[in-house]
Ligand binder design. Structure first.
Ligand code: GLY
Ligand code: MN
Ligand code: MN
Length: 436
């Protein structure tokens, strides 16, 4: 869905940012051995993917502005008939140029010998400093090599700079094609949540609902979840990143599902909470309504120019008011907010950027001030209330109710669009889905 021209445009933009005397060097992700000769599914490093669309390990992208022989150089694996019989085809150097628009491509084995020449007379090297120790070493060795050749007139770079923030600022603003990919990941996820909701009844295991989610992901061409799915019933609904998913779902309890598909490397991230037996109890309903009201209030803040923290402020307000109304918190609402009295019940923040990574990149503060929202940013809004049994002074009828509601939101020029709006979150709508 993201075409070659768009990748090329991103590379151009990054080169413009670093200027004609800089050079960008970015390694791909590596394959990780699981055991013996089996490996984990390969997932490309997101910055590398964002700039190349190239989905193989053992690759390094070099962007050298104004270089006569070509600005975009890809070092990648050689074609290898034996390996390709076992592991599948490789682009090779011809494919790197033809299909991925590299100006030049070389076997990855030549990286170390070619780096000194590429770095010579460049003033600044832009790379992800400290992300891969072995890569830091390779670069520094190349720089030392040039230093040792100073008598032949070679000049080594005088600055190493972290390239990540520049790429991350670009990634924060999504293009039309990226928004389409995100929407697809979200649509698949919506259907997966629907499927799990419908399959839920007392006695079902948490992992059986997870299986429903994964079935729908895979069936629709999402090859992996964007993160380990969270399916927590009863007390497990109060564990924020619960992924064991191995307990039985019981009558009278809620189940919290936080799951998102990854589609063409773009992530969805959606949470719904519903009663295992399909009908909210009085207590579950009371807590759920507060979280829903908090989420709707937070979503109303999302528009260009709004502070990143406006959503969190709205959530803190509604949750505190709600807990006071139920008698779970006692005191003056404003004082309680100031003291963050809601924190034992709502201990995370309003959400995060969403994109190629589930907790996507991009700064939240600029010059030490919270940033404002702009069109084409995508973020989650995910308030929650979690009441575990060890919560001092809270009546036991509230125990083991953990509720989070999470949706994926695009900032538009006028306000926002909830990409995951099709997934029911009103109590009546959830009960209707579950009664079918
Ligand atoms: N699924 C992780 C999160 O909601 O941030
Ligand atoms: Mn999230
Ligand atoms: Mn989530």
């Amino acid at each position: 869905m993201i075409n070659r021209a768009e990748y090329a445009k991103r590379r151009k933009k990054l080169m413009q940012q670093i200027g004609p005397t800089g050079i960008v060097i970015l390694p791909s992700a590596s394959e990780t051995i699981r055991s013996g000769d089996t490996v984990y599914s390969f997932r490309q490093q997101s910055d590398f993917y964002y700039l190349t669309g190239f989905d193989e390990p053992e690759a390094v992208m070099v962007l050298a502005p104004k270089r006569k022989a070509g600005e975009y150089i890809l070092f990648n694996r050689l074609r290898d008939r034996d390996r390709e019989i076992w592991d599948g085809s490789r682009a090779g150097q011809a494919g790197a140029c033809k299909d991925f628009l590299a100006d030049q491509a070389f076997p990855i084995q030549q990286l170390q010998s070619m780096l000194p020449e590429l770095l010579t007379d460049r003033q600044s090297v832009h790379y992800p400093i400290g992300m891969q120790k072995s890569f830091d070493d390779i670069l520094l060795q190349a720089i030392n090599k040039i230093r040792s050749m100073i008598r032949s007139g070679m000049q080594s770079p005088i600055a190493c700079m972290d390239v990540s923030p520049s790429i991350h600022e670009m990634r924060l603003f999504k293009s039309t094609a990226e928004i389409a990919a995100l929407q697809r990941a979200v649509d698949i996820t919506v259907q997966a949540h629907m499927r799990a909701m419908k399959a839920c009844k007392p006695g079902v295991m948490e992992y059986q609902l997870e299986a429903e989610l994964l079935y729908e992901f895979y069936r629709q061409g999402s090859r992996y979840p964007a993160y380990s799915s969270i399916v927590g019933g009863g007390k497990n609904s109060c564990i924020l990143h619960y992924i064991r998913n191995d307990q039985k779902l019981k009558n009278g309890e809620v189940v919290l599902i936080d799951a998102g598909a990854e589609y063409q490397n773009y992530a969805a991230d959606i949470t719904r909470t519903f009663p295992v037996n399909g009908r909210f109890s009085r207590e579950q309903r009371a807590i759920y309504e507060i979280v829903l009201a908090a989420q709707l209030a937070a979503i109303r803040t999302i528009k260009p120019g709004a502070l990143w923290t406006a959503a969190q402020d709205a959530i803190a307000q509604v949750i505190t008011e709600g807990l006071v109304a139920l008698g779970i918190l006692k005191g003056n609402v404003n004082n309680l907010i100031k003291k963050q009295a809601y924190f034992p019940f709502y201990m995370h923040r309003s959400g995060h950027w969403l994109g190629l990574d589930v907790h996507d990149v991009g700064r939240y503060k600029i010059k030490n001030k919270w940033r404002t929202l702009q069109p084409n940013m995508v973020l989650t809004i995910e308030p929650g209330i979690y009441i575990s049994a060890d919560m001092q002074g809270v009546h036991r009828r509230w125990h083991h109710i953990g509720v989070r509601i999470e949706d994926d939101i695009l900032v538009t020029s006028k306000g926002c669009r909830v990409l995951s709006d099709k997934l029911p979150r009103e109590i009546a709508d959830i009960e209707a889905v579950m009664s079918k």
